[in-house]
Structures are given as C-alpha cells and as structure tokens.
Design a protein around this ligand. Structure first.
Ligand code: PTJ
Length: 236
C-alpha cells in the first residue's frame, strides 16, 4: 500500500502495513493482528507518545540488561514484523542471542522468523529446543538450553502473561514492552515499558549505548500506576 506521508494517521497506517506484511511473509500469526489492534487502542488513549514513566522504565531496562550475565532477547511474530532491526541491534550491542519463541504453535513460523532475522543480519538466533520452562503448558515452554533456559534476564516484548509469570518463578528477571499497564504481563514483569514498541526500541538502543549510573530505586508498580493515571487523565 502506498500510504501518503502527509496522512494524519501515517505512522499508525505504516505500522498496520508492517504487521499485515508480517502475516503475508509467514512470520506473524493472524491472531497477532488482534493483539496489535489492542495495542493500538491503548496507544491512542495514551496520546501516541512516549511518557516519562516509559523513559524511567527504559533507563531501568538498560541497567538490568547491561548488568546481566546471560541476557536473551525473545522474538515472537509481532516483534519480528515491527522491530526486527532494533532487536538485532540490541543483540549486537549486548553480545547476546535472539531466541524465537512463539505462543501460537507453528514450526513453519518459527523457522520463518529464524530466517527473517538471519536475512536481516542477526548473528546468533536460537530456536526452541529440548529444554522446558516449568509451570507453563503453552508452546512457549519449549526453550533453547543455551538461551532462555539459562538466561538470568529475558527481554520479552508483547508477551502473554503466563510465560512472564513462569519465567519470574524460574528465577529470571523479565523486561517487557506492553502498552497495556493493566495486563498480567505488565504487572508481573520486573520492568515494564508502557510504550509502543516502535517508539521504545530506538530509545532503548540509544540509551544502551549511553548507560547511565543508577540514580534511584526503581519500582515497577510506581511506573504502572503513573501509566494507569495518565490513561484515566487523558479520558477525563
Ligand atoms: O507470535 P506469537 O504466536 O507468539 O503471538 C504473539 C502475540 C502478540 C499475538 C501473543 O503473544 C499474544 O496473544 O499476546 P497478547 O496476550 O495479546 O498480549 C500482547 C500485548 O502487547 C497486549 O497487552 C497489547 O496491548 C500489547 N501490544 C500490542 N501491540 C503493541 C503492544 N505493546 C507495545 N507496542 C505494540 N506495538
């Protein structure tokens, strides 16, 4: 689709085009379109801008990722369609692997995401392997033994709540990006960046290249409460 650059909804239409192209390329699930629509709705309510609560969480994510011994970046169908290049850039800066991990089971789609990441320049991409995350029954329980299984910090944007909870119970720190501050993932993760992944990833990458000293105590619930208050204020 040729979206006119001066269209008032250009960015939103451009992202829709990216996500539908992901479905056509076989990397994004059809259900991913619904998840994207939910994200769009929250983004609209939050004024489609990066707020301070997201910037605070991004700074904390940078600190946690740079202090990690074995960070791993988890990639699903939506993330692959929207921010492959930034995910690959993050893996490059952190010298860590990307791992394909999807909710809607499909070996073909796992392989397609793997190929997609490699074609876009990713160095190390892991596929789900023989190891299992305990306390999880979905397809997301299968992980690579050298990847998510032994990771101390997992970056899991656009996540579903179950796996986030299971990863935390398995002793890992979880960083997520989720526009819904009320979601189970947002409330379970160690660090929740309430922002559109499309805006948050370039900021995260830039901040990572310029790591700041810890300036205070981070509290994920304070960040989520600010995001929820902003949602209510924008509607008031
Ligand atoms: O590729 P798969 O099979 O792993 O499927 C991926 C999806 C995203 C479909 C799957 O993980 C899923 O169903 O996720 P949920 O439970 O719908 O949660 C996705 C969350 O991400 C929701 O809370 C959305 O509001 C949020 N979200 C969607 N798009 C964006 C977003 N958050 C930030 N930026 C977005 N662009």
């Amino acid at each position: 689709m040729n979206i006119p650059k001066d269209h008032p909804r250009y960015t939103s239409l451009f992202l829709r085009e990216k996500i539908t192209s992901g479905v056509r390329a076989g990397i994004t699930s059809i259900d991913g379109l619904i998840a994207h629509g939910r994200g769009e709705a929250f983004d609209y309510l939050l004024g489609e801008q990066t707020h301070d609560f997201a910037r605070i969480a991004i700074d904390e994510a940078v600190r946690v990722l740079s202090a990690a011994k074995h960070p791993v970046l988890s990639v699903n169908g939506n993330t692959a369609a929207l921010v492959s290049e930034e995910m690959i850039g993050l893996a490059y800066v952190l010298h860590c692997p990307l791992e394909v991990n999807i909710f809607h089971e499909s070996k073909e789609r796992e392989q397609a995401i793997y190929n997609w990441l490699r074609d876009h320049g990713a160095k190390t991409v892991l596929l789900p392997g023989s190891a299992e995350i305990t306390g999880l029954t979905s397809n997301r329980r299968f992980v690579h033994p050298e990847g998510i299984y032994r990771a101390d910090v997992v970056f899991v944007p656009l996540e579903d709540g179950d796996r986030c909870e299971a990863l935390i119970k398995n002793g890992k720190r979880v960083i997520t990006v989720d526009l819904n501050p009320l979601s189970r993932t947002a409330r379970t993760a160690s660090v929740t960046i309430v922002d559109n992944i499309n805006r948050a990833m370039p900021l995260l990458l830039r901040a990572l290249k310029n790591v700041k000293k810890n300036t205070g105590i981070y509290n994920n619930f304070t960040v989520l409460a600010s995001a929820e208050a902003k949602l209510r204020q924008m509607q008031g």
